[in-house]
Write a protein that binds this ligand. Structure first.
Ligand code: AFP
Length: 306
């Protein structure tokens, strides 16, 4: 793939395996986007989290799974849509191969309403389930008016535009922001779940934030987090009275997003401490996720401390 990133910044990929993973994700993105119009229906199956799966979820999972497993240096592949890990032929660990976790089509309920959706990717150097501290890179594709990909690694966070290749050529990646940073002044907030299901302490925090910021909530974490990264603010899918672990999955959603936001200068919390320190029990654990400007996350933790 013509990686315009090298041309633009002259920087060599920090880690050739990580770069190959995001090359594979970028190559699949235009194909996933092109396949969505015909896959806006329920597949009739449920995933490991007991959620109904759209035809688009299955297609994205299949395409991305095949592409990522084929990357030299990937030893294991897990997906929100699959019960267990897929062995990709390498010993995952600090001297060995990486484990890649994806949410292939985040926000697929937005398919019918034609709203933004995304693909979330976490690259871990430990067998899964793992803590976020084992991430070496993370990123997401946003299927918005434009297809963009945000990639975070130890060198920082960058935003790329992904466009289909000409005449069957692989997609192109063009860096449009080489050092993506969370704006210091917060502007937007987006909180998931039904308001009556919020615990009282989160409701009190939400009331404060509502009086200070503008509501931006689109029902797909990737789109909502991208708005927050663009304009500054806070995104949360909190613990709910009937689901104290919230809705979002630690391995495939919360850890990668927390890694990205923290590298962009923000903070990420499960309500009590850093998401990246949450010890997983299982591959499909859920966790309350709150990400954004450090001051807003600190205020959240103080509010939930009661
Ligand atoms: P779907 O993938 O089922 O659409 O769920 C999307 C999601 O996991 C996450 O992207 C959103 O932030 C959250 O769920 C939206 O959940 P609500 O529909 O309860 O607001």
């Amino acid at each position: 793939m013509g990686d315009a990133r090298d041309a633009e910044s002259g920087a060599e990929p920090d880690d050739p395996v990580v770069d190959a993973v995001f090359d594979a994700v970028a190559a699949a993105a235009p194909e996933i986007r092109a396949a969505l119009p015909g896959r806006r229906v329920k597949s009739g199956t449920e995933n490991a989290s007991g959620e109904s799966v759209m035809a688009g979820d299955l297609y994205a999972d299949e395409l991305l799974g095949e592409a990522i497993i084929a990357v030299d240096g990937v030893g294991s592949f897990v997906s929100e849509e699959r019960e267990t890990a897929v062995d990709a032929g390498g010993a995952v660990g600090s001297d060995g191969a990486y484990a890649v976790a994806i949410d292939p089509l985040d926000g697929s309920s937005n398919l019918r309403s034609n709203n933004a959706m995304g693909t979330v990717v976490g690259v871990y150097d430990a067998p899964l389930p793992a803590t976020g501290r084992d991430l070496v890179a993370a990123g997401y594709v946003l299927y918005g008016p434009i297809t963009t990909m945000v990639v975070a690694d130890e060198s920082g966070v960058r935003e790329e535009v992904v466009e289909p290749g000409d005449d069957g050529e692989r997609a192109t990646r063009t860096v449009v922001e080489a050092d993506l940073r969370l704006p210091d002044d917060p502007t937007v907030y987006g909180f998931g779940g039904r308001v009556p299901d919020w615990p009282d302490d989160f409701t009190a925090y939400a009331r404060e934030i509502e009086s200070e910021l503008k509501l931006r909530y689109g029902g797909a974490m990737v789109g909502d987090v991208n708005q927050m990264l663009t304009y500054g603010g806070v995104f949360a899918y909190p613990a709910l009275t009937d689901s104290p672990d919230g809705k979002l999955r630690l391995q495939f959603e919360a850890n990668p997003i927390a890694y990205i936001v923290e590298r962009a200068g923000g903070a990420a919390s499960d309500g009590a401490s850093d998401i990246l320190d949450v010890e997983p029990k299982g591959l499909h654990d859920r966790v309350p996720l709150h990400v954004g400007n450090e001051t807003l996350i600190k205020r959240l933790e103080e509010s939930l401390d009661g």
